[in-house]
Structure formats: C-alpha cells, structure tokens
Design a protein around this ligand. Structure first.
Ligand code: NAP
Ligand code: MN
Length: 262
C-alpha cells in the first residue's frame, strides 16, 4: 500500500504532513511522491479538491482528507487522531464510498474544451453583466435563464457554493446534478425558475448563451476560465466514480450538524 500526502502552503500543514509521514513509515506503510494507492489531503476542502484534480480524477486511488483548521467538510480525520488513522489504514478497517463528479464540455465555434469538477461549475457572462442562458435537459427546453449565472453542482459540491445560492444539501451517496440560479431576474419582461432543480444521474444539461451573452466565464471548482464565442456548455455526471475512504462511523447527518451548526 502506497500513500501520498498533499498539503496546502500553511507551515502547519507541512508540519502535520511530516508527523503523519513518520507515523505511516513506522507502521510499515510506504509514503511516495509517485503513483499512490491512497491520497491523503492535509488542509481543508481546497486541498482535497486540489488532490483530486492533480490526479485528474483518477478512480483507482482511494482519497481521504485530514482537517487542519478550515471548514473541511470533505476532510474526516483530525490531526489528533493520527495513531488511530494509521491503524485504520494498516488494517483496511474502513468503508469506501463512490462519489460522482461532473464532466463538462464547452463547445465554441473553433474548439472543444473538457473539464472535470468535484464541486460544481458556475457559468456567468464574461463581463459579469446579466447572463442569458437557454437551459435544456436532454435537448428539451427547461427555461431561458436571466440573472447572474447558473451553478451546476454535484452532491459533494452541494454544501459549497451551492449552499450560498440557497441550493439543497444532497447526501453524498446520491448521484444527482443540481441546477441553482444565482440572482435570477423575474419581472414583467423576464421569467425564470428561482428554485434549485435536482436531476437524476443520466440527464444531460446544456447551457446555450443567448441574447447579449456571447463570451462566458466558467468557474470549475473555483478555477476561472474565459471562453470566447461559446456555443454551449454541456454538463453530465461521471459514469466513473471517485472512491473515498470513510471511517466506519461516517455519518453524513452528523457532519452537516457539526459543520453548519456547532
Ligand atoms: P475557498 O475560497 O477556500 O472556499 C470557500 C469555502 O468553501 C471554504 O470555506 C471551503 O472550505 C468551502 N468548501 C469548498 N468545498 C466545499 C464542499 N464540498 N463542502 C463544503 N464546503 C466547501 O476556495 P477553495 O477551498 O479552493 O474551494 C473552492 C470552492 O469554493 C468552489 O468549488 C466553490 O464551491 C466555493 N466557493 C463558494 C463561494 C460562495 O459560497 N459564495 C464563492 C466562490 C467559491 P475550506 O476552508 O476547508 O477550504
Ligand atoms: Mn479553501
């Protein structure tokens, strides 16, 4: 079993990585800089997202996170639990949960671009002016959206940006996409859906820029890309699933309670 550690720039995360690395080695668990079986992110959710993206969403790796002070919704292990954690890894005493990510295709007049997201993609007008998007589900018109933009999030991302847009929290064991409007405009002239919509896993969402919207900004797990002359953005859920290590007592309900109410 080979583990690889990922940490953010904080000196404390680096320090924790050294401690964990030594503990793992002492228990006979290899720590590598190369191909790993288990990826361990030490930091917050940002570090976890970074680890998955650095591995190009490789579905052979088992992922787990250690929380180091930030929100860390995706990071189950506390630095005070390193001894227990090392034993858990050594004895493979855990569950594995399959979680969905998103596959995003952007088609322009000249090119096609491909992205993957664990949390969400946010689609907005390039100049952050009103965003006009025609939304189809399996090529059937859902609505012509007018507002700041649209978020398409996974269950994992449902507790991130989506939550600030009043989207629903979706349990991570479900495989759905959620469309959440950002500041939708509704008046005599414009009508669009103001509530989030949750879709089953095999649907394909397409967003076509219309009216004054030509160039887009897309934010993929918070990373910004500018797309000129976009014809459409297609979003679907991955057939392949990421594998996350969950402790035997993992309980989504108590994580929600802990992260948002305690
Ligand atoms: P960041 O600015 O540190 O993230 C903002 C907050 O979102 C942090 O508290 C982060 O936790 C938390 N977060 C990230 N993924 C989460 C998840 N799956 N569940 C619950 N909380 C989560 O930037 P980042 O760490 O690189 O994360 C990128 C994400 O930030 C984007 O994918 C987007 O979801 C989110 N974001 C949110 C808003 C908003 O709510 N208005 C705006 C832009 C981006 P940590 O502190 O532990 O990293
Ligand atoms: Mn962060």
């Amino acid at each position: 079993m080979k583990t690889k550690l990922y940490y953010n720039e904080s000196s404390e995360s680096k320090f924790l990585a050294d401690i964990l690395s030594n503990k793992l080695k002492r228990e006979g668990i290899e720590v590598t800089d190369e191909k790993q079986d288990i990826g361990i992110a030490i930091g917050g959710d940002g570090t976890f997202l970074h680890m998955v993206s650095e591995n190009n969403f490789n579905t052979d790796i088992l992922y787990i996170g250690v929380n180091n002070g930030t929100l860390g919704f995706l990071t189950e292990i506390k630095p005070t639990e390193f001894n227990e954690f090392t034993n858990i890894l050594k004895n493979k005493d855990y569950k594995i949960e399959n979680i969905s990510y998103e596959e995003i295709k952007v088609v322009t007049k000249e090119n096609e671009y491909y992205f993957k997201a664990l949390n969400e993609v946010a689609v907005r007008d390039e100049y952050l002016s009103t965003t006009y998007l025609s939304v189809t589900i399996d090529e059937t018109l859902l609505e012509n959206f007018v507002g700041d933009g649209l978020l398409i999030s996974t269950p994992t991302g449902s507790t991130a940006y989506n939550l600030s847009g009043n989207g629903a929290i979706i349990y991570s064991e479900l495989h759905t996409l959620q469309i959440t409007p950002l500041a939708p405009i509704n008046n005599k002239v414009y009508r669009c859906i103001t509530n989030p919509i949750v879709l089953p896993e095999n649907r394909v969402i397409k967003l076509y820029p219309i009216e004054r919207t030509k160039d887009l900004i897309i934010l993929v797990d918070g990373k910004k890309y500018t797309i000129k002359n976009a014809e459409y953005v297609e979003i679907k859920i991955s057939k392949d699933k990421l594998k996350c290590i969950r402790l035997n007592d993992f309980d989504y309900t108590s994580i929600i309670n802990d992260k948002y109410l305690n």
